[in-house]
Design a protein around this ligand. Structure first.
Ligand code: C2E
Ligand code: CA
Ligand code: CA
Length: 707
């Protein structure tokens, strides 16, 4: 029981309680007596608040003891209800081991029930006494009885909780105003009805069973929650307690019901339920609700598991607020794409969404659903003045292939999504159980990445970048590889997108930068000519790091590499706009002498005018611009014009141009005619380990300065 510190809280509450009762009619008691009594009852309240069946009994006994101590006034009960309602949580909540508002409401109900029943029993007792006193003392006894009855009537009428008196036949004899208000009917209207009129239809069975237990004496009371529909259509949620009042001989006379309006509490619960199951940003069902639905879904089940492509880049470059608005817009499109076909769309977190198709007869139906989603996202999303294009990759599964176990379905969906991501994004892929051994989930990949990096599973390959006029090696692009212990060598398109989406790219990029700089320093030491540089890919997220410039300069410094032996490859997306000081970073790097190039030109915004204002030195034309579908000897004139225009525009902006993905001599010849400066591609060398790259340089050196 309470220790010294807890007694302070009990005293405080008892004092409040006593103060609240001061206005009520008082029996002959000193202030000290009152406080001592209330302190004792407070200790009991704390125990009652701890809950359980015993909790209700204890609560009742508090009400009954008040009456026993001669507090029989309605005001006593109402003030007590107030004190419980306003202070119990704050004063005693912790003592009682953490109490919620619902516990307070039921404790109020229990205390009120104990109080009302005790007052009524007093009346009966005094009626008995009247009879026993017979004629002699008739007058005085009758007076007492009448006073007692009047007191009950006062409690009844003025109580803030609902009270009803019900005959043993279930017919309502009377209700007080609070009860009538709760039920939305006036007092007269309630008399003569049965308790079935108070209890909601779904609880009627339970109520009848309880009521007959009361009558048979199998139970002394019962308690239930029920919803009552008022005549005006509103629904009142009621916590209802019923107990039997017996006469002196133990014969049940009637039943007293005490009702506490818990509509507010219910509303709160519903709100909490909603909050726990709906995503606050998009108001779509969240992960919790999705898994609840999935585990109960009607078979067969289809799932489309989708993830926006490059969302992290959008978030990083345009800001979280824009990212959030984009997600809301995407949610809206997704909801519309399933409108009317009974599917469920949920947000699993971040930029991951899932669509659940229940009773999905054919796997084709899920694929059509996936097509709908891609269609729904095809149109750019307008936010303020900007049109943003988002694409999604979708993993499609059907329970026919996986069974209906939610974990299996999700794993399969994840694998399929991973497939969609690595085969080029903006598409869906269907789960193929035949993939078996190489099953990789994006999640497992993402979680494994940092540890794999620490274990040294990553290495770099170097691909030569040559001058087109004489094929002299100018530098090497460093390309990351993952030697996975189980899956073998993984190309970057299988882990870079995931690293970007999870943010692991920052750590990985740091390692790439350091490793490439170390290699470049070796070449610097070994060969004075040609002055080869190393070209390192930089993801948008890296550039957004406030420490990025300092890290690059430190990487150079650590190995003593001149800044012009390092080139950084940035995408247009990363440098678009200047939301987070990207431009400042570029200027500082350029000022330090680091070479900067725009990578993958022709796949992003392709805004040359904008690029002209950036401190970059070079443009790398994406290999998709060279791939025309026609034999390279007969270039597609329209396509050729684009390449030609790009090169000449770039030159007018003082940018060098390097063409990527040059595979044939015809392509190289054509590019030379268009005055393209450099080239990279299989024709000049595939990505190779550092040692092979070193041999390549020495061959060139030998050619340049024959021994
Ligand atoms: P990228 O920066 O455009 O790199 C060039 C890609 O084209 C490389 O693919 C290279 O192997 C490939 N390639 C080169 N010549 C040819 C050719 O003649 N024909 C064809 N078909 N392909 C050619 P890889 O190594 O698979 O890298 C793919 C992408 O992964 C890179 O594209 C780059 O965006 C990313 N990446 C690679 N390493 C890193 C890194 O360390 N950091 C970051 N952020 N991204 C990286
Ligand atoms: Ca690159
Ligand atoms: Ca590229």
């Amino acid at each position: 029981m309470p220790t010294t510190t807890t007694t302070t809280e009990i005293r405080r509450f008892a004092r409040r309680w006593a103060a609240a009762l001061r206005g009520a009619v008082f029996p002959a008691m000193t202030t000290l007596d009152v406080e001592v009594t209330l302190r004792r009852l407070t200790v009991r309240l704390v125990e009652a608040a701890r809950g359980g069946e015993r909790g209700h009994e204890l609560g009742r006994s508090v009400g009954a003891e008040l009456v026993a101590a001669n507090y029989r006034d309605a005001a006593v009960m109402n003030h007590t209800m107030d004190v419980l309602g306003s202070h119990l949580l704050a004063d005693l909540g912790e003592l009682a081991g953490g109490v919620g508002p619902d516990r307070v409401a039921s404790l109020q109900g229990a205390v009120a029930e104990g109080f009302v029943t005790a007052v009524r029993q007093r009346v009966l007792f005094e009626q008995e006494a009247t009879q026993r006193a017979a004629l002699a003392a008739a007058h005085a006894a009758e007076e007492r009885r009448r006073a007692s009855e009047a007191r009950f009537q006062a409690v009844f009428a003025e109580a803030a909780v609902g009270i009803g008196v019900v005959g043993m036949d279930g017919i309502i004899l009377d209700v007080n105003t609070a009860m009538a208000d709760m039920l939305g009917v006036d007092r007269d209207g309630m008399r003569g009805r049965t308790i079935a009129d108070v209890i909601g239809p779904e609880n009627l069975g339970e109520a009848f069973a309880n009521y007959s237990d009361l009558l048979s004496g199998a139970a002394a009371r019962f308690r239930m929650e029920t919803a009552h529909t008022r005549p005006d259509g509103r629904i009142t949620h009621i916590d209802l307690s019923m107990s039997v009042v017996r006469d002196g001989a133990g014969v049940p006379e009637f039943v007293i019901g005490v009702a506490v309006d818990i509509t507010e509490r219910r509303r709160l619960q519903d709100r909490l339920w909603h909050e726990a199951r709906y995503d606050s940003l998009t108001d779509l069902p969240n992960r919790t609700l999705f898994f609840e639905r999935l585990s109960k879904a009607t078979e067969p089940v289809g799932l489309c598991y989708l993830d926006l492509d490059g969302f992290k880049n959008i978030n990083d470059s345009l800001g979280h607020e824009t990212g959030d608005r984009l997600l809301v817009a995407v949610a809206h499109r997704l909801r519309r794409s399933i409108a009317g076909d009974g599917a469920l769309v949920a947000r699993l977190g971040g930029d991951e969404f899932v669509i659940l198709v229940e009773g999905c007869g054919s796997p084709d139906r899920v694929c059509r659903q996936a097509d709908n989603i891609l269609d729904a996202l095809a149109r750019p999303i307008r936010l303020d003045e900007d049109d943003l294009t988002v694409t999604a990759s979708i993993g499609v599964v059907h329970s026919a292939l996986t069974g209906t176990d939610p974990a299996m379905l999700m794993r399969a969906a994840d694998i399929a999504l991973y497939q969609a991501k690595t085969t080029g994004r903006s598409r869906w892929a269907r789960y193929d159980p035949a993939h078996g051994a190489t099953e990789v989930t994006r999640r497992s990949m993402a979680t494994a990445l940092p540890a794999s990096l620490a274990r040294g599973e990553f290495y770099l390959e170097y691909q030569p970048i040559v001058r087109l006029s004489d094929a002299a090696v100018l530098g090497f692009e460093a390309l990351a590889r993952w030697q996975h212990p189980r899956l073998g060598q993984l190309p970057p398109n299988q882990f870079i997108p995931i690293a970007e989406e999870t943010g692991h790219i920052v750590g990985l990029g740091r390692w790439v930068l350091a490793t490439a700089c170390r290699q470049a320093r070796c070449w610097y030491d070994q060969f004075t000519e040609p002055p080869v540089y190393v070209s390192v890919n930089v993801a948008a997220a890296q550039l957004r790091q406030p420490t990025f410039v300092a890290e690059v300069l430190a990487a150079l410094d650590d190995v003593g590499l001149p800044a012009d032996r390092l080139q950084l490859e940035l995408t247009e997306t990363a440098v678009a706009g200047d939301t987070h000081g990207a431009l400042t970073a570029l200027r500082e790097l350029a000022a330090a002498g680091v070479r900067l190039v725009i990578d993958d030109f022709g796949t992003g915004y392709s805004n040359l005018a904008h690029l002209g204002r950036l401190p970059v030195h070079q443009l790398k034309i994406d290999r998709s611009l060279l791939r025309t579908g026609r034999p390279a000897a007969h270039p597609d004139p329209a396509h050729d014009k684009i390449v030609a225009a790009t090169i000449s525009l770039a030159h007018s902006l003082d940018l060098d141009v390097v063409a990527e993905g040059v595979e044939t001599t015809a392509q190289a010849d054509r590019l030379r005619l268009l005055h393209c400066d450099g080239a990279q591609g299989w024709l000049f060398g595939k990505p190779t380990p550092a040692a092979t790259a070193t041999q390549l340089i020495s061959r060139h050196t030998n050619r340049a300065t024959p021994a």
